[in-house]
Unconditional design. Structure first.
Length: 401
């Protein structure tokens, strides 16, 4: 059983996070404030590259780089051979999609809560290859209905089932493990976008039973920007899964007309890597595990619930979140005010939040019946002063006159 979080824990996490001294940061669903340990890891390797050269610095840190893969694997209860580094969750997701030779009338079975970039990839595949995109039904409370997934697997025989675990535009947590059970029973490949989940919730890929899972460092994991990773299951590797345009990181070239894949998920990587960011991401993974992801998740979700209650009580503010389980992302519509304008107003008052407008995600906003939405995403290092500052700033920003 995890030890309860006490005030000393929060004080230590905030002390480790220099940004807490200057901002009330409630935009962890966009990019979290990194702990000092993360920025130190990045800066130390950049300094080493400047001192001895980039190739030479990579060679000198071979052991820490290998340890980075082990740390990422431990975070999601996998093995290092199942981890591939990517420049972002979107890039990782694209590499996973690129391992399928989609043909006309192949079905991608997904949900109504896709991340925008992922859905655009599906639309591009539909336009270029004739793929059909089918959405599973939702539960009455919100989120994908696993029974609908089961029925559509039987009727549509999809080539792939794809799920955004925690959507970026709502606080809903989808039933990823239940969908995984349906896919495993039917032998259908399963791809999860976990960009908002890794670092926010306790992840076990064995329970999820996914073939691929894409994640980023910059969000709830509290790592640097410009880096992420892809989990690839042993079953997918055994099938020979690899991206369409594999490079020399993923295969060798023994003779014209032939290439041999390397063992493990690194066949999904590009040869060129930002080593400093890889080491920073690993430092973030270790920090998250040291803090205890299960207990920090409970705190982050509690704080988001507090934000929904406090901010949703402000006249003109409507909380939008629905679902059987809610995450650390709280979303609101502000009557008569564009959310982007509120983001700017709150930023001037030292409060960081984010927004989504109709030009960014029209379909998703239509589904929740909003013109734009304000996204407030606390994390475990958030304290009462942050939520209080957000409430005060929002009241002032929406007050008449």
């Amino acid at each position: 059983m995890s030890a309860p979080i006490v005030d000393d824990d929060v004080a230590r996490w905030r002390s480790d996070t220099p940004g807490c001294l200057k901002r009330h940061h409630l935009n962890n669903a966009g990019a979290a404030l990194p702990p000092r340990l993360v920025t130190d890891a990045v800066q130390a390797h950049l300094a080493l590259e400047a001192e001895i050269g980039g190739y030479e610095a990579a060679a000198a840190t071979r052991a820490p780089i290998d340890a980075a893969y082990r740390a990422l694997a431990a975070l999601i209860r996998a093995q290092s051979r199942n981890i591939a580094v990517a420049s972002s969750a979107t890039a990782a997701y694209a590499q996973a999609l690129a391992s399928f030779d989609f043909a006309r009338d192949d079905v991608i079975l997904t949900t109504s809560a896709d991340y925008l970039s992922n859905r655009l990839m599906f639309e591009a595949l539909a336009a270029r290859s004739g793929v059909r995109v089918v959405e599973a039904a939702e539960l009455p409370a919100g989120g994908v209905d696993p029974a609908s997934v089961r029925a559509l697997i039987a009727s549509e025989r999809p080539r792939l089932v794809a799920l955004t675990w925690i959507p970026t535009f709502s606080g809903m947590v989808q039933r990823a493990a239940d969908v995984g059970a349906e896919c495993a029973a039917a032998g259908v490949p399963y791809l999860i976008d976990a960009c908002q989940a890794v670092g926010q919730v306790d992840v076990d890929v064995n329970e999820l039973r996914c073939d691929f899972m894409a994640a980023t460092a910059r969000k709830f994991l509290r790592g640097p920007r410009g880096i992420g990773f892809l989990y690839v299951s042993d079953a997918a590797l055994a099938r020979g899964a690899h991206p369409l345009l594999v490079d020399m990181r993923g295969a060798n070239w023994p003779a014209p007309g032939r290439y041999d894949l390397y063992d493990g998920a690194r066949r999904f990587e590009q040869w060129e890597q930002p080593i400093a960011l890889v080491l920073g991401m690993a430092a973030a993974a270790r920090y998250a595990m040291d803090a205890g992801v299960a207990r920090t998740a409970a705190r982050a979700h509690m704080l988001a619930g507090d934000a929904r209650a406090r901010l949703g009580a402000i006249p003109g503010i409507r909380a939008l979140d629905r679902g059987e389980q809610l995450s650390a992302i709280a979303t609101f519509e502000c009557a008569g005010i564009e959310a982007a304008a509120l983001v700017r107003a709150l930023r001037e008052r030292g409060v960081n939040v984010s927004a989504q407008g109709r030009d960014e995600n029209l379909v998703a906003l239509q589904r929740v019946g909003a013109q734009s939405l304000l996204r407030v995403s606390p994390h475990y290092y958030t304290d009462a002063s942050d939520l209080g500052a957000a409430e005060d700033a929002l009241r002032q920003s929406v007050a008449p006159g």
